[in-house]
Structure formats: C-alpha cells, structure tokens
Ligand binder design. Structure first.
Ligand code: NAD
Length: 522
C-alpha cells in the first residue's frame, strides 16, 4: 500500500473511532438509536484518490431493514403524539449535536467520497440549514376550511404517511441525507434511509449526532425516528423498497435505478418522488457579460468534478461569440487546481469510483470517435503526486459536437463540457430542450425580456438567469422527463411527505344521513 493510501486509511480509522463507529467490522447502521454492524456480504470501499482499498464493512441486508422499519413504526408513534411546536423545538435542539463535530464530518466525507475538503465543509453547513428551515415549518403546516354546499364543516389537514423509505447517491451524501430527512420528520414521519454503498458513514454519523444532540436540552428525537441502513441497492435497497411498512419512497440517483424504484413502488401502489440526473443546457447569448458567463459556465460544469445532477454539461453559445467563449473557457479550465481531496488548495478532486471513471473515459473516447474534438483535457491531469493513482480526469471541453451524439444526450457525470453553437433564439431553445432530461438550465443575456422569454420555454425544473447553481432549501427543486418527478425543498418538498385528509363534521342540529351521496354531491 502506498504511503498516501496508508495515511488515508489511518485518518479514516481515527475519524470512525472518534464517532464511535470503529469495531472489527465498522458499525455502519443507525437503527433504533444504536450503532449496529451489517450482517451481509463484505463491501470494500476504495480510496478515490489512490485507487487502493480504504475500509470494508458489511451489507445490512433484509434482516436489518426489518429491524429498522419496526423501530421506525415505534419512533413515529411517539413523534406524532407531540405537538407540532414541540417537534420543531426538538429538531432545532437536535442540531446541537453537530456542534464541534463539523470539521470531523467534513473530513470523513472528503476521505470516503474523494471530494475537496472545502466543498465538504460547505456541505456540512447545508445539513444545519435544512434542519433549521424545516424545523420552522413544523408549526406552520396549516390546513384549510372548504365552504362545502352542505351543513358540514369540512376541513383539510396534512397527515404524515407514517414510515418513509429514502435512498440517496454518492455525489452529495450529507446534502441529500439532510435534504430528505428534515422534511420527512418535520411532516411527522419516521424515516429509513439507505445511502449509497459507496459513501455509507456520514449519514450514520449525522443521525447519531442529531439524536444525541437533543438529549441534553429536551427529550430529543425519539429512538427509531431516523434509521440509516447501509448496503447494496440490489440487497438492502430492494429490501427497503419492497418492505410493506414503507408507504412512500423518495429516491435520489440515476434514471436507471429510479425506474426500478418507481416500479417497486408501483407493485405495492406506493407513491414515489424521483430526483434523477440531468443534461442541463447553459445558454450564452452574444449580448451577455461574457466574463461572467465564462466564469459561470466553468463553475457550472467543473465544480464537484462534474458529479452534480445540475451540472451545466451542455454549453450553447451564440455563433458570433462561440470561438471567443470556448477559447476563454478552455484557458480557464486549465487553471483549475486539480488535486488531492485533503489539500486545502484543491478545487477539483477525483471522480468518486472506478465505474464512474471508466464511464466518463469511455464517453470521451466515443465522442472523439464520433467526430468531437477535445479542446482541453480528456486525460489524466498533469502535476498530481505520483501516488495519486486514483480516478482523476482533467477538466474537459469538447467542440465539434452535434446534438444527436451520445455525449450531447446522455449524462456524463464527470468534468466534461460539450459546446455547441446556435444562430438564433428559437434554435437555442430547440437545442436546449432536445434531450430526455429536464432538471436545470441557464440563460446568459443582458436583454431582460429575452432572458425571461427563453427561461419560460425551457423544459427544466430550475432555470437561472445570469447565474448558475444558486440553490436553496427554500425553493422547490426537481425535474421533468428522465430527470424525475415530484419535488424536494420548500413547501412543495414538505408536502411530498404528507397526504391531505378531508374531514367532514356535521353541524346541523340533527344529522340527516343520506342513503348514498349527500345533497349537493353528484
Ligand atoms: P445510482 O442510481 O447508481 O444509486 C443511487 C442509490 O440507489 C444508491 O443508494 C444505490 O445503492 C441505490 N440503488 C441502486 N439500485 C437499487 C435498487 N434496485 N433498489 C433500491 N436501491 C437501489 O446513482 P449514483 O450513481 O449513486 O448517483 C449518481 C446519479 O444520481 C446521477 O444520475 C445524478 O445526476 C443523480 N443525482 C440526482 C440528484 C437530484 O437531486 N436530481 C442529486 C444527486 C444525484
């Protein structure tokens, strides 16, 4: 083992020990308020920076899903008996558990996910933001009174599903964990969440810290309210989606797996929310402030090494400035500090895993074979330490791309940008909408009317004007088409975790019970 790899293994072992997860096989699940080791096959994590083994843990399997769902039923029963304001107070109190642990959490994420440490620190901040936001919603989920045409008082209130199942990917493990846990419990549910098998630990630590955090200042979150169960999709994930206790599924991941989750839900008539991939169009008109557009385009695709669902992976540029924008972008891409995740100066790290690395490499090669030209990148970056044998690919810009090519249609999920020219507004919109995805997009122009006009015609759940990747837990997020359905964040995200219940109360002095539908109803 290289000294770089040995150092990462030692660092990870110390972090796991600090959080109480260290054992002969790591305690990789949080069930009913306890750390529990998996019972299934061994899963070995590989260090994304070196390509060498990092740590092994055991797949949870169906047995632990059973335990987790039973605990969730008990936890939810206790949680819903509290007043709404008490639930909000306890969610806020739980956040105290994170205090003093933020840096270690960021380090844990950085080592396992291979993400630059500065990005991981920002991600920890999001966990707090999401819990604070949804804690605030607990006592504001008002129902409504409907003026029905009978003597009834009819009110509608929002009741929780009960126990929800959540499945998250490896590219933003802490973000997606808090993103879904916070609204689920704010709405009165208990959750069983399965993170990606490639990034199992931070979700467990977050659940543990939150539960411990509330204990000192109030009675905290009930045991079993949040359960984290780690393992493979085909074993633990499938056991979760098929479990009869789960009454709603929320999935964040690829369209391929999303289809399987929706099918599993459909078999049991359980609804799902799917937050899937994207192939987002970033449209630059010639009248845009080009300095800002180039900086925006660069951040849109190369941040997180392109492993972001909203990555601006298709840059559509008005033909008169195409040459200028692509040349400047290629120069900017070459300036990005690509390096080890632990290095404070690193802006872009490796891809997270071998499968992803091979997929990105194959797609670049296929694009070149189909006629695309690499303007910059397309290979391992220069200047990396010798021992960094991991999954690094330099920021890549491809030109001479046509819309029907695979590279222009399919999500790469890596630091690869395709640039295409357009001649007018109509063609820009047509190109932008010409994929099966519909997650996000952006318009760069100083013509306000045009910017709004184009934004309104993009088939995308999120659109930015003269900006990219501004995302807040306050604003709804989700996709069209292969990018999925349902919404996360904001009130829309909260509503996904409740069912409207209509209650009819007779107010007449004497109830007249109709045989069949009451008066005024068909
Ligand atoms: P993936 O679909 O391979 O895996 C996601 C999760 O699904 C993992 O936890 C995996 O174990 C689980 N899974 C796989 N098969 C399963 C099955 N049959 N039953 C139950 N669970 C199963 O995705 P990934 O490679 O981890 O993540 C990358 C993808 O996620 C990209 O497409 C990216 O765009 C997308 N993503 C979307 C969003 C969004 O909000 N729209 C956010 C982040 C990532």
């Amino acid at each position: 083992m290289s000294s770089l790899s040995q150092h990462a293994c030692d660092h990870l072992a110390a972090l796991l020990k600090g959080f109480g997860l260290a054992a002969s096989t790591p305690l990789s699940n949080w069930i009913d308020g306890r750390l529990v080791a998996g019972e299934g096959e061994e899963i070995t994590l590989i260090n994304p920076a070196t390509g060498e083994a990092l740590v092994s843990y055991r797949d949870a399997g169906a047995g632990l899903i059973e335990r987790a769902t039973q605990a969730a039923v008990r936890g939810q029963r206790e949680w819903v008996t509290l007043t709404a304001s008490e639930r909000g107070r306890r969610m806020n109190a739980a956040l105290r558990g994170l205090e003093g642990h933020e840096e270690a959490l960021a380090q844990l994420e950085s080592v396992v996910a291979g993400k630059p440490i500065r990005d991981c620190r920002a991600e920890v901040g999001k966990v707090r933001e999401m819990f604070e936001y949804y804690a605030g919603w607990c006592d504001k989920q008002h129902g409504e009174v409907i003026p029905v045409p009978t003597s009834h008082l009819n009110y509608v209130h929002h009741v929780p599903y009960g126990v929800v199942g959540q499945i998250t990917p490896w590219n933003a493990p802490m973000f997606t964990c808090a993103w879904q846990l916070a609204p689920a419990i704010a709405a009165g549910n208990a959750a069983v969440l399965k993170p990606s098998e490639l990034t199992p630990f931070t979700s467990v630590v977050i659940a543990k810290l939150l539960e411990e955090g509330g204990k000192g200042v109030s009675q905290g979150l009930p045991k079993g309210l949040i359960n984290i169960v780690n393992g493979l999709g085909k074993t633990t994930g499938a056991a979760l989606t098929d479990h009869p206790t789960i009454s709603k599924l929320v999935f964040v991941g690829s369209p391929q797996s999303g289809r399987m989750i929706a099918e599993a839900g459909a078999r049991r008539l359980v609804p799902s929310v799917l937050e899937l991939g994207g192939k987002s169009a970033n449209i630059v008109f010639a009248d845009a402030k080009l300095d800002e557009a180039v900086a925006g385009a660069q951040a849109a695709i190369f941040a997180a090494a392109g492993q972001s669902c909203v990555a601006g992976s298709r840059l559509l540029i008005e033909r008169s400035v195409f040459e200028q924008v692509t040349t400047r972008l290629a120069r900017a891409a070459e300036q990005i500090a690509v390096g080890l995740p632990s290095d404070e100066a690193t802006r872009m790290g490796p891809l997270q895993n071998r499968r992803q690395f091979e997929q990105v490499t194959r797609m670049i090669e296929a694009a070149e074979a189909a006629g695309a030209r690499v303007l910059t990148g397309g290979k391992r970056p220069e200047g990396l330490p010798d021992e960094a044998h991991g999954y690094f690919i330099a920021p890549t810009v491809l030109v001479d791309v046509t819309p029907e090519m695979e590279i222009a249609q399919q999500e790469v999920f890596g630091p690869v940008l395709v640039a295409m020219a357009f001649d007018d507004e109509a063609q820009a919109i047509q190109l932008a909408n010409e994929t099966r995805f519909g997650l996000a997009g952006a318009v760069w122009s100083q013509d306000v009317a045009r910017a709004h006009r184009v934004a309104g015609q993009l088939r995308a759940g999120t659109v930015w004007i003269n900006s990219y990747k501004a995302i807040s837990v306050m604003s709804p997020f989700g996709g069209f088409g292969d990018s999925g359905f349902g919404r996360s964040s904001g009130l829309d995200g909260l509503r996904e975790y409740t069912v409207p219940q209509s209650v009819w109360v007779e107010t007449a002095p004497e109830a007249s019970v109709a045989f069949g539908y009451g008066s005024g109803v068909g």
